[in-house]
Design a binder for this molecule. Sequence first.
Ligand code: HEC
Ligand code: HEC
Length: 356
Amino acid sequence: MKLGRSSRTLFRTALVAGLSVLLLALAGCAKEPTEMAKEEKFEAPSIPGYEAMTIPADNPLTAAKVELGKQLFYDKRLSGDNSRACYSCHMKENGLTDGKPTAIGAYEAKLPRSSPTLWNIGYHSKFYWDGRSDSLEKQAVAAWRGGNMGATAKDGHPSAEEICAKLNQIPGYKSQFQKVFHADASPDTVGKALAAFERTIVADKSNWVRFRGGDQSALSEEAKRGWTVFSEKAKCTNCHDGLLLTDQQFHNTGIGMDAEKPDVGRFTVSMAEKDTGAFMTPTLLDISKSAPYFHNGSVATLEEATDLMVKGGKKNKYLDTTNLKPAKLSKAETADLLAFLKALDVEYTVQEPKLP
Ligand code: HEC
Ligand code: HEC
């Protein structure tokens, strides 16, 4: 193809512009290390119109750290017996849970509670059903050293340090840890990378977020009527509140209180009698996918779980009757409420990473 005079000038201008960009980029490489680190800073996905996430000063987000954390999150070699990754119990097809009533860890260890969803977990300040951990970094290492991942250093199972030694022999990991932390894999750096990735598990795309942002067409008429039942008549928002659909507080709704030895939940942390059998209000995002329900996985269907809540929970001495009151719903209102809950799916696009 022949170029006319004007296109030729245009072509030359473009060439000059392109070269300048290249030169600028090269100049960028020679910048001070601190400036480089700043450039690398990574903005976590955020929920439109929602407060910014608090990122701990000693674990800033960078793109390379998030990528490394994502690989670790999906890597079964982190577990004591190579059978489990974090992802094994927090899978997208199950709404970031595992589809089991209670979790089964490495070495087939039976765990006492159900795997919770991790949606918007970076916005939380307390972790676990009973809130016993106050940092994502510490939680990740605890899950790793505990029954979940089996790096317990007991009964012949390896320690987290021993697993780190293995990771450091994988060139692709060794170089990433050096690049991100200027250090080898250790429980500290692995915990930091995992937490950094978890802070990107943000439910920024959902019809719920669009609806709350003012888009009335984001929910069906039925689901919108269900939102009215949820927020006004049944007052589910007393606890499943705000954009995250959780007040991040602990309430006794009576689940599991009829067991011979009930799981006392928040009581083990606060030692306050009123917290007996209280658990953190879970978000309801992706709730249609995360059956079975509740901290003990005792309820198989969303219909049943909803019915139990509408009826005001299960009677026991510590039931939070201030926030949870029985509501009388018609058949139509119950159907609308369920339509609303089923409309809380999250659009998730993260692909499984390639492991080194
Ligand atoms: C065998 C299943 C299993 C594996 C593997 C697992 N988890 Fe979990 N996870 C759970 C269960 C069960 C809980 C709740 C435990 C409790 O509340 O006592 C939980 C809780 C959490 C929480 C707190 C959620 C909240 O709502 O507060 C986070 C964060 C988390 N896991 C991240 C991880 C990370 C990171 C890994 C990998 C190092 C991991 N999990 C591996 C089952 C698992
Ligand atoms: C008093 C606060 C409170 C109110 C009000 C409340 N919930 Fe909950 N909800 C909780 C807590 C706490 C849990 C977890 C209980 C457990 O597992 O022990 C929960 C769990 C659930 C679950 C299961 C979630 C999961 O991940 O397993 C569903 C579904 C649910 N609630 C729906 C509702 C609906 C619908 C309403 C209104 C009719 C409602 N809730 C009202 C506090 C509340």
